[in-house]
Ligand binder design. Structure first.
Ligand code: SAH
Ligand code: MG
Length: 196
């Protein structure tokens, strides 16, 4: 894996305000992936492939990542990036809207990373749970959405997102099949560990 290229890709994405996983969030997830060495990871929201490439370091031998993205330009860029970094045998991009792709996906995953449309988090959770192996982990990035989720923030534009992020938190905290932590790293990270 070409670490030098990966660093350049990260800097280039930051310059252009392309959303990529924040360093402190990545550090937490890295620590967990290192321990569990997943065979199969599902990511919802590829952008230019940065987080998927970072996660690919911790895959078990012959492990793979499926990652979903709907934006055509980002897909093209992610494909180029993945080749530049030399991880094209580990990352498989599923092109299209996750809302349409997920119900037709019948795979099993050890880890799911949710990082796409905030208004769809409860739906992504339902689909992630359906495909998660026993003892698996679901991560949800941006779960606190700039703090809006914990305040009485009610601006029209973000209202649906905030309502659905709150719904996600409610569902995972009430689910007896998992234990959930909500961390104030980056833009907020939910970690739900499912029973074995
Ligand atoms: N995980 C990436 C960042 C993802 S940013 C990283 O850390 O490097 C969120 C991405 O999700 C955007 O590129 C956006 O186009 C995509 N997205 C949002 N809603 C989506 C949906 N419903 N289906 C597929 N992709 C979606
Ligand atoms: Mg994010």
């Amino acid at each position: 894996m070409n670490e030098e290229e990966l660093k350049k890709i990260k800097e280039y994405a930051l310059e252009r305000h392309i959303p990529i996983i924040m360093d402190d969030t990545l550090e937490i997830i890295d620590g967990i992936l290192k321990d569990i060495k997943p065979k199969r990871i599902l990511e919802i929201g590829t952008a230019v492939g940065y987080s998927a490439m970072c996660f690919s370091r911790y895959l078990d031998e012959n492990g793979t990542i499926d990652t979903i993205e709907r934006d055509h330009e980002r897909i093209e860029e992610a494909k180029e990036n993945i080749i530049k970094v030399g991880v094209e045998d580990k990352i498989n991009i599923l092109e299209g809207d996750a809302v349409e792709i997920l119900p037709n996906l019948n795979e099993n995953y050890d880890v799911v990373f949710i990082d796409a449309a905030k208004g769809k988090y409860p739906f992504f959770l339902e689909q992630a749970k359906r495909m998660l192996n026993n003892g698996g982990i679901i991560f949800a990035d941006n779960i606190l959405y700039k703090g809006y989720v914990m305040s009485d923030y009610n601006k029209h534009k973000q209202r649906t997102a905030v309502r659905n992020l709150r719904e996600y938190i409610k569902e995972v905290t009430e689910d007896e099949n998992c234990t959930t932590e909500i961390l104030e790293v980056g833009d907020g990270l939910a970690i739900s560990r499912f029973n074995k």
